[in-house]
Design a binder for this molecule. Structure first.
Ligand SMILES: CC(=O)N[C@H]1[C@@H](OP(=O)(O)OP(=O)(O)OC[C@H]2O[C@@H](n3ccc(=O)[nH]c3=O)[C@H](O)[C@@H]2O)O[C@H](CO)[C@@H](O)[C@@H]1O
Ligand SMILES: C=C(OP(=O)(O)O)C(=O)O
Length: 419
């Protein structure tokens, strides 16, 4: 099993090109099921989750072609299977996003129930309830969600009990082909929801309000393929910016979108970083200084993203001062904390809050990646730890970071993959 070996690397410097967003690419690939003609998606990152999505589409009978430039072409002409099997769903929870598109276009979908995962139970009740409101008959049997509808789904007025990115996306895709108007209230406002909506609009959907908490979808009878470019990955961007901040460096993230990172950039500025931005780039300069501690509370967008929480734990572990980090989205998203403590960090958990007393240096250690962003935080910690840090189980990282070791190397980070 591959591992990453990381050595203290000094201040990161240089430019890193940001990849397309995993969390936008996955729903957009699933939306391919809705298109009657060829659908071309570009700026798709080369990630394990993208491979899994392509495999899932192929196992439904879709033709999926992928080239080296990050372009994927999907044709549904031969799509004739409607089951997302456990073997694929268990490796990628986002597989649940095939449910809405399959049901809306073909009236039938069997999708393995995703299990809980390391960061929380992550139920899918909101996805199912919304589809039922649109007329679907759903039963959960033998570990599978079996959803059926006679004819088209019907537009519905859906109020979401909780803000859910995935449920908003699933319902948005289903509603795009439904009969009549669907209103999704208390919808997620994440940039990835907007990217999916823009893609659906380019396919011929009639959607208003994406990016606000009320989305209105007037269903259409048919959607066609289009050429769509996936937005930049805001979490990858944020992860490199934090790495630069803790190493007291200066980097530029290009092919990025600063407008999607306001909460993160504000916290980095509070930590003492000088930030400058252009349309598609962000520069961070610590001017050689140690970051200052910053308090964080994770919230749905436009609040501070849970997917950046682990990275800010490392920033605070090395900062001047004491900070608290409160996680409000997932009930078990602090598994990096015991690993960081093994590297010498002074941090303590009280319920959903982590209290962190910053110190000057961490010590390299053998640590274990437990989930995607926890893994990223351990790599960042390794860059400022004395000695060697070995991060095990990096298949988590490969789910969400493209060529991570090469990108760090390009910034002067000593990160090496060993088999
Ligand atoms: C592929 C993808 O885009 N993943 C992102 C997506 O995950 P995902 O879409 O799974 O996250 P949700 O926004 O749905 O989850 C938010 C909260 O709602 C709960 N919930 C969700 C659905 C449901 O039916 N019932 C329910 O109770 C979840 O357990 C969680 O506590 O948004 C999360 C929150 O920003 C991010 O951390 C993930 O990186
Ligand atoms: C939690 C994440 O992803 P997923 O929803 O795919 O598990 C993430 O991207 O940090």
């Amino acid at each position: 099993m591959d591992k990453l070996k990381i050595q203290a690397s000094g201040a990161l410097a240089g430019e890193v090109v940001i990849s397309g967003a995993k969390n936008a690419a996955l729903p957009i690939l699933m939306a391919g099921v809705l298109a009657q003609t060829d659908f071309v998606v570009s700026n798709v990152p080369n990630l394990r989750d993208v491979n899994t999505s392509c495999e899932l589409l192929r196992c439904l009978g879709a033709d999926v072609k992928r080239d080296d430039s990050g372009e994927i072409t999907i044709s549904t002409i031969h799509l004739n299977e409607f089951c997302a099997p456990y073997e694929l769903v268990k490796t990628m929870r986002a597989s649940i996003l095939i449910l809405g598109p399959l049901l809306a276009r073909y009236g039938t979908a069997d999708v393995s129930l995703p299990g809980g995962c390391a960061i929380g139970a992550r139920p899918v009740n909101l996805h199912l309830h919304g589809l039922e409101q649109m007329g679907a008959k759903i039963e959960v049997k033998e570990g599978y969600i079996k959803a059926r509808v006679d004819g088209r789904l019907k537009g519905a007025h859906i109020f979401m009990d909780m803000i859910s990115v995935g449920a908003t996306e699933n319902l948005l895709m289903a509603a795009a082909l439904a009969d009549g108007e669907t209103v999704i209230e208390n919808a997620a406002r994440e940039p990835e929801v907007i990217d999916l909506a823009n893609c659906l609009i380019a396919m011929g959907a009639n959607i208003r309000g994406a990016g606000t908490d009320t989305i209105r979808i007037q269903g259409v009878e048919q959607l066609n393929g289009c050429h769509y470019r996936v937005m930049p990955d805001r979490i990858e961007t944020g992860s490199f910016l934090v790495a630069a901040a803790v190493t007291r460096g200066k980097i530029r993230c290009s092919a990025a979108d600063p407008s999607t990172l306001e909460a993160v950039l504000a916290k980095l500025e509070d930590a003492g970083a000088h930030i400058s931005t252009g349309d598609d780039w962000i520069e961070l300069d610590m001017q050689g200084k140690r970051p200052k501690a910053v308090n964080i509370k994770t919230m749905p967008y436009p609040g501070f993203p849970t997917d950046m929480q682990a990275q800010f734990c490392v920033l605070n572990a090395l900062a001047d001062g004491t900070a608290t980090i409160t996680e409000t989205i997932f009930e078990n998203r602090f598994m990096h904390v015991p690993e960081l403590i093994r590297m010498g960090a002074t941090m303590e958990l009280e319920g959903n809050t982590c209290i962190i007393q910053g110190i000057e240096k961490l010590n390299g250690a053998q640590v274990m990646a437990t989930d995607l962003r926890a893994s990223a935080s351990l790599v960042i910690a390794g860059l400022v730890a004395d000695g060697i840090t070995t991060v095990d189980r990096i298949y988590h990282l490969d789910r969400g970071y493209e060529h991570i070791e090469d990108k760090f190397k390009g910034l002067g980070g000593e990160v090496v993959r060993v088999s």
